[in-house]
Design a protein around this ligand. Structure first.
Ligand code: SF4
Length: 196
């Protein structure tokens, strides 16, 4: 499921699937087994797929998407802005954008971000803007950045770009660019996942 599991409509869908699954079996035992699996094997970070008893039924594992799914973005306050923020790499370079001359972070560089619900919607928005194809690789980190009048929640994902682009920068080049404080935090998290 590529939808945000923190949304009520997604929870309803999951509940309906769960209701179907427990028909004719002991629901308590089923729930306990799922909780045990989540606590010991299918952990949010680094799930132990190699010893998972339900691996043969797991689409996330079969499609190598266990480091990305599920999408779990909890929104607490309407004043907050949630972004999917992309650490988009091609070989040893990162894709950055320069902000326009107006607005909060005018003329500063940063990673592309969209106020969307999932990295898969990010892929569509990025393609619409740039014509470029990317694949999501991993969830990096959730970063909170507080401005005087608003708070950004940046859900940072790693994406692989499938072709070269003029907006790619090496680490050396990025070190010389003016980067917003929020995106300095993002870059630090991205560099901790990439070896360049
Ligand atoms: S195979 Fe699927 S259910 Fe099992 S640990 Fe991996 S991601 Fe979780």
């Amino acid at each position: 499921m590529e939808d945000n599991i923190a949304l009520p409509k997604t929870m309803k869908q999951i509940q309906a699937i769960g209701d179907e699954l427990v028909k004719g079996v002991n629901a308590g035992d089923f729930n306990q087994a799922i909780m045990d699996l989540g606590a010991t094997i299918c952990r949010p970070k680094n799930p132990a797929c190699e010893k998972c008893p339900i691996r043969s039924h797991c689409l996330a594992s079969q499609q190598h998407r266990q480091d990305v799914l599920p999408i779990n973005i909890k929104k607490k306050n309407n004043q907050d802005i949630h972004y999917i923020t992309g650490g988009i790499y091609y070989q040893d370079q990162l894709y950055l954008i320069k902000n326009g001359p107006d607005g909060l972070l005018a003329n500063l560089y940063g990673c592309p971000q969209y106020a969307v619900e999932s990295p898969y919607t990010f892929i569509e928005a990025f393609k619409e803007d740039t014509g470029l194809e990317i694949d999501v690789i991993d969830h990096v980190k959730d970063i909170k950045h507080v401005f005087s009048h608003r708070t950004w929640y940046m859900h940072v994902y790693l994406f692989r770009l499938n072709s070269d682009s003029k907006s790619l920068y090496s680490k050396k080049e990025i070190d010389k660019l003016p980067i917003s404080t929020a995106h300095v935090k993002v870059l630090k998290a991205i560099y901790s996942c990439l070896e360049f």
